[in-house]
Design a protein. Sequence first.
Length: 95
Amino acid sequence: MRLPVRVTPKGGRDGVDGWALDPAGRPYLKVRVSAAPADGQANAALTAFLAKTLGRPKSAVRIVSGEAARLKIIEIEGLDEQDIEAAFGQRPTPA
């Protein structure tokens, strides 16, 4: 499963701030991590946080797009929409 995530590095804590819609009406998950964006630390913290939250091994979570951007596409093996909803709530629908 692919999950769009907007990450906020140096966010003070690791956590999920809920769902939001981009200007085109596509949902994405807002996540903050305490790590700085330097040397890939924020990306590593993001994948580790998502793996822990979703009960998946770290090797099952990887960034497939947006390594250097705030909006990333995360691929998570062995996950379906019900797992996402159980962990983060239902995705918003475009208005």
